[in-house]
Design a binder for this molecule. Structure first.
Ligand code: TPP
Length: 247
């Protein structure tokens, strides 16, 4: 018996195949709603990263390209420059965006590329088995930091949204979370603004989404959301760090 119907949208009528409690499904659904509410469905072009985010195109009726690891913003910038009327967005993990693709990602903001990026911060390299990533918390046990991340040995977690906000070509940068319904609503509002700045040709629109990864965190979905509230937001505070729509 089908108890849940996927609303008519650019979302394909298929079930998500993410792990139980993973935030990707909620993030993708929120993104779909924003694209539909802004009437961008026919113009949208997705550039997906490598990692769990790459699955996006399994679930959307949308033109999309899987980019080499870390290079989605570079490909998006090229696609947007030759197709200025398209709505071009990237959907990437934190390892993809902020470690392997750090240069490309930051230069999208430095050049003020008129694209939108959604970056899922789950504090690890999820798809490959939970290795330390740029956003792994100090003390966090991962498969490559079995005694916990140490600042001395591994350096500090990267606060992506704050750094992106400092780049002159950035029009919007925010960090949101999917740990609770009120925060999911705020996350959608931020995604919408990051889309709107592209429509208004104002520059780079960026949203970092704190998302749970229960499988690699070795937690239940419920514990993972508690962990976001108790630990993750202390290192990665939520907020809008730049919004030239309201300047
Ligand atoms: C150049 C390159 N290096 C490494 C890999 C292996 N790789 C595939 S997915 C992945 C992890 C991606 O992690 P993240 O971007 O944080 O996304 P998540 O899976 O956590 O959503 C890695 C390291 C690759 N495919 N290409």
């Amino acid at each position: 018996m089908q108890i849940y119907k996927i609303p008519e949208s650019l979302r394909k009528d298929t079930n998500f195949t993410f792990c139980a409690g993973c935030g990707h499904g909620v993030a993708i659904r929120s993104l779909c709603e924003c694209i539909d509410e802004l009437n961008l469905r026919e113009k949208a072009l997705a550039m997906v990263g490598v990692g769990c985010s790459a699955f996006l195109y399994h679930f959307l009726n949308i033109d999309s390209l899987e980019c080499p690891h870390g290079r989605a913003t570079a490909e998006a910038a090229g696609a947007k420059r030759v197709n200025p009327d398209k709505f071009v967005f990237t959907y990437q993990g934190d390892g993809d965006f902020a470690a392997i693709g750090l240069t490309e990602s930051f230069y999208a903001g430095i050049r003020g590329e008129n694209i939108t990026t959604i970056c899922i911060n789950n504090n690890n390299y999820g798809m490959t088995g939970g290795q330390m990533g740029p956003t792994t918390l100090i003390g966090q046990v991962t498969t490559t930091t079995p005694y916990g991340r140490s600042a001395e040995l591994n350096g500090y977690p990267l606060k992506i949204a704050e750094h992106i906000a400092m780049l002159e070509g950035t029009a919007f940068s925010a960090r949101v979370s999917l740990d609770s319904v009120p925060n999911i609503i705020k996350a959608k509002e931020a995604i919408k603004k990051a889309c709107e700045v592209q429509v208004k040709k104002l520059g780079f629109g960026f949203v970092e989404i704190l998302s749970s990864c229960p499988t690699n965190w070795r937690m239940t979905p419920y514990e993972a959301n508690e962990h976001i509230r108790e630990k993750v937001v202390k290192e990665f505070p939520l907020g809008i760090f730049k919004n030239i729509l309201e300047k």
